[in-house]
Every structure is written in C-alpha cells, then in structure tokens.
Write a protein that binds this ligand. Structure first.
Ligand SMILES: Nc1ncnc2c1ncn2[C@@H]1O[C@H](COP(=O)(O)OP(=O)(O)OP(=O)(O)O)[C@@H](O)[C@H]1O
Length: 303
C-alpha cells in the first residue's frame, strides 16, 4: 500500500440543506491506528461511508491506497477493506456461522476463514445458534468478525466497542493490535474517549462536519495548553501553608474539593511546583499528577 492509505481533499457532503461534512482534508498513513471523534451528528459515519465508496461525496476527492474512490479500479481496492458499520444488520434466522459464510461469499473470501474468525472474536460456542438470540455484544462481535474477513489491509470501524463488556473491549483492542502488527491500517470512531486515548496513534476531532484538530493526543494537549493537575491529600493544617506556597508560584492555582486539594498549573510550571511542594516536608499524604485527559482536550476543541 502507498504510504498514505487514505487521502481526502476538501470533502463535502450535503443532504438537502444539511451539510453533514464540510471541507474535510485528511491523510492516514499506512500502519496507523487513527481515531475519529466528535459529537453525535458531527459527520463521522458520513465521512466513513464516502471513504468506502458507499455514498458519493458532493465535492472533493478521496483516494484509498492511491486510487480514487469513484471508478472501476476502486473495485480491486475494495477487496482489501473491512468495514464494521455503526448499526450492523443481520438475518435473524441464520446462525452466526451461516451469517459469516454469507458475508464471505459476498466478499469472495474462502469459507475456511469463518470458523477461526468466530473463535477469534469469542463466538465459537454460539456459532450454530441463530443470530436472533444473540445479545447486543454478541452481534457486535459477529460484526467485527465480518469486518475481518479476507484479512483486510484497511479497517473502518464505526463505534466498534458499543455493547461490548469490559472483557470484550480488552479483547477487541488486543485483536486490533495483532491486525496492526500484521500491517493493517485502522480507522475507528468512538465516544468512549478514555478507551481510545491510549490506543490510537493520532486522531481527528470533528465538529459540525469540519475537522477542528488533528494530531497525537499529546500534541493536541500541548496545543491547547491545558493545565496539569497535582491532586494532593494533606495532613491536617497543611492547607494554609500550601496556599501560601501556591500564591508565590506563577501560573499555579489551587482548588479544594472535600479532602482533596488540587494545584492546577501550566506544563512549564510543573517542576517549580514539585520543588515548592517539597517544602511541605512529609505533610503530603498522597499525590497524583494528572495530565489533561482526551475528554478535556475534546471539550476544549468541540465543547
Ligand atoms: N441519509 C441521510 N439523510 C439525511 N441526513 C443525514 C443522512 N445521514 C446522515 N445525515 C445527517 O448528517 C449529519 C452527520 O451524520 P453522521 O451520521 O455522519 O454523524 P456521526 O458523527 O456519525 O454521528 P453519531 O456519533 O451520532 O453516529 C447529521 O446531521 C445527520 O442527521
């Protein structure tokens, strides 16, 4: 695959008067795990569908692996794409195995892949049960297995962990890691920011059809200059002294919430704050230094 697996230039999509996607430029590199986050209705699923060639863009150009999404040649590229839609629809009367075999035939994939894939997503025991009786999480696992058919080089996963239990979520990210080490490129959306902040290489924040920011979680944090937090528990009576210390420090502020006292400071003030706290000499009973979370970053850009 080309170095840039996805290239989107000035993509727009109108549904009548609704501008679902508005002038998006995006490039995803081969081998990346790329996250796309945004409020409900921000345009994430619409962008996915255009990148997969399922709906046409109103304007702009998308290339996948160097090939324009519109046109004959894209059929060849499409074989190497996997897609887990936001709402997967199955025939309820088929079993899990029959469902996967159905998708395998559609995709021209060897039927021998089906049983191992069901095992990979933890559905072997339910393989011969009708999908009608599957729980939400089981349907999601089946949808994921469907997306993995044919060992895709590029995976589009739209809210892939919806409905999964904590073990399912961990297992899902373990499989993604394997896919990535086998050379796949992955683009996924999620509303569970705590879950993806440690698991994506880069991400884009979308708001009302536009990309507001793009980069690594750390680079977005730094660009926003969000404060770090020192969360402290103190021995009785030490707050007054702490307040006096914090008052002398530039760019540092103090807040209290019950027993927890928090010092907020800009990144540059991190070491001076730490040094100043040393003056409290044994009267700090607990200390956590918190980086701004992806949720803080997200709210900063799209709130
Ligand atoms: N087929 C359609 N017809 C009309 N409007 C649509 C259609 N599909 C999407 N939209 C509108 O386009 C906008 C973007 O929707 P989209 O589903 O892409 O958002 P999203 O970011 O994926 O949201 P969510 O997080 O809720 O899944 C919304 O205003 C939505 O109502």
């Amino acid at each position: 695959m080309a170095n840039k697996v996805i290239e989107a230039h000035q993509i727009t999509k109108h549904y009548g008067l609704i501008q679902a996607v508005d002038g998006v430029d995006l490039a995803v590199e081969a081998g990346e795990v790329f996250g796309l986050i945004g409020h409900n209705g921000a345009g994430k699923s619409t962008l996915f569908k255009m990148m997969l060639g399922l709906i046409p863009a109103t304007s702009g150009e998308i290339r996948i692996d160097g090939t324009p999404v519109r046109g004959e040649e894209f059929r060849r590229v499409r074989r190497h794409l996997g897609y887990l839609p936001e709402n997967v629809v199955f025939y309820d009367n088929l079993s899990g195995l029959e469902t996967l075999a159905f998708f395998a035939r559609l995709k021209g994939v060897d039927l021998g892949e089906c049983a191992p894939l069901l095992e990979r997503v933890g559905l072997t025991a339910a393989a011969n049960r009708r999908v009608k009786g599957y729980s939400k999480g089981m349907r999601q696992r089946l949808g994921f297995a469907q997306a993995l058919l044919g060992k895709p080089k590029l995976l589009f996963l739209d809210e892939p962990t919806t409905g999964l239990d904590p073990e399912g979520i961990r297992e899902f990210y373990r499989i993604l890691k394997e896919m990535r080490s086998e050379g796949a490129t992955i683009i996924l959306t999620s509303h569970i920011l705590s879950e993806i902040q440690e698991r994506v290489d880069r991400l884009a924040i979308m708001k009302t059809g536009k990309i507001q920011a793009i980069g690594t979680v750390q680079s977005l944090r730094e660009k926003m200059a969000l404060p770090l937090r020192f969360e402290l528990r103190l021995a009785p009576g030490a707050e007054i002294e702490l307040r006096q210390i914090v008052d002398t420090l530039e760019g540092a502020e103090l807040s209290e919430d019950g027993e927890r006292v928090t010092v907020h400071c800009q990144r540059e003030a991190k070491m001076p704050v730490l040094q100043a706290l040393a003056a409290l000499n044994g009267r700090i009973t607990d200390l956590h230094i918190r980086e701004p979370s992806l949720e803080d970053v997200f709210l900063g850009y799209s709130g």
